[in-house]
Design a protein around this ligand. Structure first.
Ligand SMILES: [Zn+2]
Length: 85
């Protein structure tokens, strides 16, 4: 089973198709570019299933230094575990 660790942005994209958080960090042009990039990258990984439990902390890293496997972002931060269906 293939496992992927995705950043907060990718989690929002996969789970809710929600990009509203992005606009807090980027200009409008950059947001457009990042959304396109993320959609393209994530498309290759679909279908994905969330494999983390917010209650036990399983499959969740609050501060990871590994690059996001969805958008390749190397920004440090939260990573959530997903598996390919
Ligand atoms: Zn990502």
């Amino acid at each position: 089973m293939e496992i992927f660790w995705l950043c907060e942005d990718c989690l929002q994209t996969v789970a809710y198709d929600d990009f509203s958080a992005l606009s807090l960090y980027y200009s409008e042009a950059e947001v457009e570019q990042r959304i396109t990039h993320m959609r393209t990258q994530l498309q290759d990984l679909l279908p994905l299933s969330a494999d983390f439990d917010p209650h036990t902390g399983a499959g969740f890293e609050a501060f990871s230094t590994r690059p996001c496997e969805g958008c390749q972002s190397s920004l440090h931060g939260a990573r959530h575990r997903f598996t390919r269906l």
